[in-house]
Design a protein around this ligand. Sequence first.
Ligand SMILES: [Zn+2]
Ligand SMILES: [Zn+2]
Length: 310
Amino acid sequence: MTSGTAAPPADLSDHRRHIAPHVMVYLFAFVPFVALVAAVPLAWGWGLTWLDVGLTAGFYVLTMLGVTVGFHRYFTHGAFRARRGLRIALAVAGSMAVQGPIRHWVADHRRHHAFADKEGDPHSPWAFGTSPVALVRGFWHAHMGWIFERSLTNQRRFTPDLLDDADMRAVHRWFTPLTVISLGAPPLIGGLVSWSWWGALTAFFWASLVRVGLSHHVAWSTNSICHLVGERPWSARDRSTNVWLLAIPSMGESWHNLHHADPTSARHGVGRGQLDISARTIWLFEKLGWASHVKWPTARRLERLAARVS
Ligand SMILES: [Zn+2]
Ligand SMILES: [Zn+2]
């Protein structure tokens, strides 16, 4: 998307944030997360079983990959081609993450890239300015405040491909039933395996509620934290960053600076030791013959994308 003869993008490192708002960003992002993790040993033996842990992990991985590999790298950016079965499976798994129907998700995200950190970006933490107060407000807006906006991104403009696709129209329409399945399957399995109502209840709490809450915050952190703090080794035209701390829970999505520098790349964690579980999954799909034309990064391309040190 071009913006005509607008002024060149702002310098990426024209100022440093004060320490107080910097600490706030970390507190907002990680305290609820740590509390959630701390709740696990506290609940052990009282309302948490190995079955709950397994169900939580299983549904977390399935639905997160549905979003990161499916909604994001495949549907939004076309990082690879997928056979019909995989295409539908990814759309279904992504919908079960309960982050909105597929066309809403993809339209918002394509718009984010078209206007990244500029006017028109649906969730930039820099939307209100650079003062400490503006950044706290911006963090909230980018993390989850924007979700409460009532005006929806124009699907005719941003997702004409999905509107033309009968399979995807069906998955989009099925968002509510898929949400019910996503929340209902864990207690069903937990109840049947433990053969108790209590087992169904704890599975619902952990593998439905906590799992969706956790995956929401991790996904939202890509919009908030990964545009605020972290490293910028790549020449993206926005304020996107790499945040190693989130690499595993985000399935590789927190190598977000590389992603903005090269949006169609199937791998975001391109550096040594930069774990990218989504890229590994795409690699597996390719080996199985389900995915093809995968846009893997090449050394020459990465050289061109490396940030120019001034
Ligand atoms: Zn971004
Ligand atoms: Zn993207």
